[in-house]
Design a protein around this ligand. Structure first.
Ligand SMILES: Cc1cc2nc3c(=O)[nH]c(=O)nc-3n(C[C@H](O)[C@H](O)[C@H](O)COP(=O)(O)O)c2cc1C
Length: 185
């Protein structure tokens, strides 16, 4: 099985979540199928997803939106994404204060199995002048609200679902290819 993890990240927090996920999914999947590969890539470098069997797409949240690279990837690959298991995640609020309904509209895709919010990381020293002005306005402090344990737990959930969909899995436990409901959190 070939799995893509594509992230759009301005300051590295979302990319790092993608790396944690990738390492953990590979470890989990390897116990069932030693041929599984997991590619962790920047969304902007992904020209095609046709070669993959499953995709996980994540983005940092800026001014209530996903970054352009993640939005463009979804727009470009919409048809492919609708035909494979897909999970979405956001690296968003640093203080956990953004309500779920305020999450970017890209994450409300009904073809995705689930969307998770992992919180964000903010270090003023790495921001541009403009970004510093924005975070001053919205009154957010430096910090890291990402839960590595939460990311690893999600990797287990994704891996079990993918394992159940593998060709040699029992018929009853395979992934359904019919429209899926979103299990947004
Ligand atoms: C200028 C700026 C605007 C932000 N706007 C939002 C926002 O609207 N909603 C939110 O939940 N987080 C917001 N954040 C927090 C980021 O989403 C968070 O820091 C995230 O982890 C950044 O991911 P990245 O390092 O992968 O780009 C903002 C951060 C900055 C610097």
């Amino acid at each position: 099985m070939r799995i893509l993890i594509a992230t759009a990240s301005r300051h590295g927090a979302t990319r790092e979540i993608g790396q944690w996920l990738g390492a953990s999914i590979l470890r989990e999947m390897s116990t069932h199928d030693s041929t599984t590969t997991v590619d962790v890539r920047d969304a902007r470098d992904v020209d095609s997803i046709a070669e993959y069997d499953a995709a996980i797409i994540g983005s940092g949240v800026y001014m209530g939106r996903w970054l352009r690279d993640a939005r463009s990837l979804i727009a470009r690959e919409q048809a492919e994404l609708e035909s494979m298991p897909v999970w979405l995640f956001s690296s968003g609020p640093v203080d956990g204060s953004t309500p779920a309904e305020a999450q970017p509209k890209e994450t409300k895709a009904d073809w995705a199995i689930e969307h998770r919010v992992f919180g964000g990381k903010l270090e003023r020293s790495g921001l541009s002048r403009f970004e510093r002005a924005v975070v001053r306005l919205i009154n957010v402090s430096d910090g890291d609200s990402r839960s590595r344990a939460g990311v690893l737990a999600w990797a287990v959930v994704i891996s079990s679902r993918l394992t159940a969909s593998a060709p040699n899995a029992p018929e009853t436990s395979r992934l359904d290819s019919t429209p899926r409901t979103s299990e947004r959190s």
